[in-house]
Design a protein around this ligand. Sequence first.
Ligand SMILES: Nc1ncnc2c1ncn2[C@@H]1O[C@H](COP(=O)(O)OP(=O)(O)O)[C@@H](O)[C@H]1O
Ligand SMILES: [Mg+2]
Length: 322
Amino acid sequence: MNGNGPAIRAQGLRRTYGSTRALDGLDMTVARGSVHAVLGPNGSGKTTLVRTLATLLRVREGRAEVAGFDVTDRPRDVRRRIGLLGQHAAVDEELSGRQNLELFGRLYHLGGRRAAARADELLERFGIADTGRRAVGTYSGGMRRRLDLAASLIVEPEVLFLDEPTTGLDPRGRTEVWESVRSLVGGGTTVLLTTQYLEEADQLADRISVLDHGRVIAEGTSDQLKAELGGDRIDVVVRDAGQLAGVAELLAGITGDAAGVETDTDTRRISAPVADRMSALNRLVRSLHDHGVEAEDVSVRRPTLDEVFMHLTGDMKEEVPQ
Ligand SMILES: Nc1ncnc2c1ncn2[C@@H]1O[C@H](COP(=O)(O)OP(=O)(O)O)[C@@H](O)[C@H]1O
Ligand SMILES: [Mg+2]
């Protein structure tokens, strides 16, 4: 990598399609060797960002550097150092996984023997060695995506872009891809991955940029984003749904914030943000006892990323499958 700067630096990136602002003054810095998630709903600009950083779209406004090279002035130097897993990969269904990888190796000017060795190594690394000789057309979604990942790693990139690597996979396929991504990071590769899944960002990323309408609206570690929402929350689950309203009132009395109290009738759960967790917990338990309320569960917890995003973007929730 060139110089000592970050793996990726974007400043003021802007791009419009007609009246749509796909990127609207986007800033982002990604440290070397880290996994950085760009989390945003459909249409928030994730693919436009990835394609711009990967030199497939020209920068119109703003600037970006990848692996220490400006994407506009030195696109060839950038391309030599990156890998890209797009939403549609270029593997041949009729060939086996191994043949596909060998083909990619040749494409990158590895000799026949090195290409074969590299194919075997990658199949092994992504846990698809057993199926390496079967036609790709017979692969499960998760296996297929792991093969795509392997293909993007033929010549070890310094920076790897993964555009929604698990979209469309079932939970098992998703877990398989997560494991593969984790195994990459040990090798020092910087990974920028885009996702619509809160859990994916939470599981994989060192830092998360939340994208909405082409802008970063929040950035930090998963813990920082959770802390920004205002610290801990207290949860009470009551045995009798008839007591929900009464307990909500008790809780509001303790936190002094009636608007912050949320009631979920289905799960018989009342939840509220608290400033001083132990004091709130003590007072609540005493108050429940005094009022003869039977609680099934009382707990103090950090907010979930889900709650963070509901708070940040009112409209995001519907876009994110649970
Ligand atoms: N080639 C294009 N022509 C017109 N509009 C586009 C084009 N590419 C993207 N857009 C629009 O730009 C916005 C961002 O798109 P995209 O970067 O694909 O978002 P994401 O990958 O987060 O779903 C969307 O509103 C999309 O419709
Ligand atoms: Mg996209």
